[in-house]
Design a protein around this ligand. Structure first.
Ligand code: 5RP
Length: 222
């Protein structure tokens, strides 16, 4: 059973004619985008905003009409994946490396829906390494700063090369184990010069579509 497909496709039931829809990134959002492509082929009239170059390639492949984010005032609904979700609907994103664009799109969206396999619903955030998008300029200083704070940073690599985000930045993955207070940590991180954005998506999601082997559930948070 393909749980990612079940969750991704279920979320597309919330897409309506005339909407501006944010398309997320990652292997679960992939199935939502594919389904949207099918519906567009059948006549669904929507415009989409992409959260990564890769997603834009998928949207083009399936002839989904896309706009630049600056061409719209707001996005009606964004469907995206997530790496961990806690019982309050706060999450860690950025495992796929697209967190900055994803956060900009999510923050402009009236409704955010995350699509997940049930195993990603956890009690406390932090077992998944927290991605933080950082400036290449001075990044070694920043990594040492993180180390002094016991954040256990690891510079994201792709093979032997440093991973470069769609925004042209680097990523530090913080191996925290657990996060006592995600709001406090988010604030602390953003105060450090060189930190561009964190993978903590707090008070942002409206619905989580979670798929397990028994059921597909829609959890509503706000
Ligand atoms: C990319 C993301 C992804 O949405 C997140 O990593 C989940 O990906 P997947 O559905 O492949 O597990 O935040 O930056």
């Amino acid at each position: 059973m393909n749980l990612k497909k079940l969750a991704g496709e279920k979320a597309v039931e919330f897409v309506e004619n005339g909407m501006v829809v944010g398309l997320g990134s990652g292997t679960t959002a992939y199935y939502a985008i594919q389904k949207i492509g099918e519906k567009v082929r059948e006549g669904l009239k929507i415009k989409c905003i992409c959260t990564s170059f890769h997603t834009r390639d998928l949207a083009d492949k399936w002839n989904i009409p896309c706009l630049d984010i600056d061409e719209v005032d707001q996005i009606d609904l964004t469907i995206d994946g997530v790496d961990e979700v806690d019982p309050d609907g706060n999450g860690i994103k950025g495992g796929g490396g697209a967190l900055l664009l994803e956060k900009i799109v999510a923050s402009r969206s009236v409704q955010n829906i995350w699509v997940v396999e049930e195993r990603k619903l956890i009690k406390q955030l932090g077992a998944f390494p927290l991605p933080v998008e950082i400036m290449p300029f001075g990044h070694q200083h920043l990594l040492r700063n993180f180390t002094r704070r016991n954040y256990h940073p690891e510079l994201r690599k792709k093979g032997n090369e440093v991973y470069i985000t769609d925004g042209g930045h680097f990523l530090a993955d913080l191996h925290l184990g657990y996060i006592e207070d995600p709001f406090q940590l988010d604030m602390e991180l953003k105060k450090i010069p060189g930190v561009l954005e964190t993978g903590l998506f707090l008070n942002m999601v409206n619905k989580v579509v979670s798929a397990s082997h028994d059921k597909v559930e829609v959890l509503t948070f706000r």
